[in-house]
Design a protein. Sequence first.
Length: 280
Amino acid sequence: MKCAYWIGLLWMLVAMCASTTAFQNTNCAGCVGGVCFNLDKLHELVGGEISAKDRDLNTYFYEVCGVSQQNCRTPSDQTPAICQRDTRWPPEWHDCGNANKFEWSPRPNESPKSGFLLTFTGGSDGRKVDVEFVCDPSAAGVGLFEDNDPSEYPLGSYHLKWTTEHACPTGHGDGDGDGDGDGDGDGDGDGDGDGDGDGGSDRGDGDGAEATRLIVIPIVVVGGSFVCLLCSGIVFLAWHQSVRGKQATAGERTVLQPVVPNSQQYVTHTITTERFTYRT
């Protein structure tokens, strides 16, 4: 019983180590090719669902980081990411993809820092949908949510596009040393190269944030791994001691025994002790 208990505890610690040292993508935050993105701010700004129409006037409803509240839930999918309302009357609703079945991938033929594709699968009748998030620092706030070209190809595979500043990498500069994304090197985001946008001082904080991230993440991963290994070692030793019990080692000992009681003559006897084990 004790053996099973300690082995179970050891496996639990190993699982905890694996879960704490590995980053898990969600439908709101993820990394692509070493570049990380976070849509929490966009979710806060929208405050619910956003919609877009394609060229055939079908409407798509999407709640970033959440679940669509439209009438497209099915018995096999109670958490649709994006719902489509077609142009029929009365309209029919279609589940385009499950919010819990997602994949992050890079934009085709584009730089990793230019944005990403967030694809949802598991919709009704095998439907799936991808949203191409395009990083554009000039698209302030929510930006533009629209259908992509083509909006549906092949049949049952939908394509949408969202251009916004919140699709830009988190904690990254833009390659010009300022972290603002305007390419002027001043860190103010206004593109004028004066350093502050109003005659002030140069900020240039993008590389600082990136450097901090590159230092902190390895420290956290290495430290977490060390703690997990230490805890695993302690558990293993405790388990080993409980299974082993108390043992006496086999061997021989020599004793002197009087020939007759109270005499000064002795005879030597060799006694072999048997190995024995008992448990508490």
